[in-house]
Ligand binder design. Structure first.
Ligand code: BT5
Length: 260
């Protein structure tokens, strides 16, 4: 089990990670965070587990992670900024994870639209952003983050697309130190998003982006087609050029490099 008192001493944040609900086993930290009574969960509350029995990805997909070797957590946020900026939270999240991985391991991660962190083209972190509405407006946002830390064996279906920090660095990684670094970086990125025009955050994200100028395969509602990734827009969409040169904004879907 991760020692939370140890994390607290490493935090430089005002809110994020200052309240922690820790579990040995849970169905999904995101599901729990969505239902948690607000009086027990101030802005920045972290729900973390050693194992998830129903860890979720986007679009009803599964997140698979071995017990006790990874980071599986959700951060509860009550955003005070304009609704349009909420679509940019995955950019803040993936940059924060990339910043922290770099700081703790010296590795050089890249960010892949919409919300993955990769090392050498393999996914080491995925994110699931969910919102809960009340009275017609967004009451809370749950940012679920799964990082492959010390797991070195993956199920067959993930063998070629997933990796971990231990596999990539050749060293065991201190999970509490990495968690604290992610939470510290997340608060900084959250403040950057909240206080400045979106381009500040997006420009930093662009520096770590993997796909721009490259041929990609887009998978959108079970239809797959080739395109070129151009940029990201302030609404969080990916700007792509179709093969006939027309431009499109992609708001949801999966993209992968056509050639590695
Ligand atoms: C994601 O979805 O990448 C979001 C993952 C979010 C997981 C966290 S863990 C804490 C919190 N609680 C939850 O229940 N969820 C969040 P998506 O982009 O849809 O990617 C899912 C796909 O990634 C799966 O269909 C697999 O192909 C692949 N995958 C599953 N487990 C993986 C892993 N450990 N590493 C890399 N890829 C994985």
């Amino acid at each position: 089990m991760i020692e939370y008192s140890h994390i607290e001493s490493l935090l430089t944040t005002a809110d994020i990670g200052r309240t922690v609900h820790g579990f040995d086993v849970i169905d999904s930290t995101n599901t729990y965070a969505k239902q948690l009574d607000r009086t027990k969960a101030p802005h920045g509350t972290v729900i973390i587990a050693e194992e998830q029995t129903a860890g979720r990805g986007r679009l009803q997909r599964n997140w698979m992670a071995a017990k006790g070797e990874n980071l599986l957590f959700s951060v509860l946020l009550y955003p005070s900024f304009a609704t349009e900026k909420i679509a940019l939270l995955p950019f803040a999240g993936s940059l924060a994870v990339a910043d922290a991985i770099e700081e703790v391991t010296g590795l050089s991660p890249t960010c892949k639209w919409p919300n993955d962190v990769l090392i050498d083209h393999r996914k080491v972190c995925g994110m699931l952003l969910e919102s809960v509405s009340a009275g017609g407006s967004i009451e809370r946002i749950v940012l679920g983050i799964g990082v492959n830390v010390n797991q070195t064996e993956f199920p067959e279906e993930l063998r070629f697309k997933a990796s971990s920090l231990r596999t990539e660095s050749g060293r065991e990684v201190d999970r509490p130190a990495l968690l604290a670094a992610i939470l510290n970086a997340l608060e900084l990125r959250y403040e950057q998003l909240s206080s400045f025009a979106p381009d500040r955050l997006l420009n930093d994200w662009r520096m770590k982006a993997l796909l721009f100028g490259k041929k990609i395969l887009v998978l959108e509602s079970e239809i797959s087609y080739a395109a070129t990734a151009i940029d990201v827009a302030e609404d969080g969409s990916l700007i792509i050029a179709m093969e006939d040169g027309t431009k499109r904004h992609l708001f949801a879907g999966d993209v992968s490099l056509a050639y590695k």
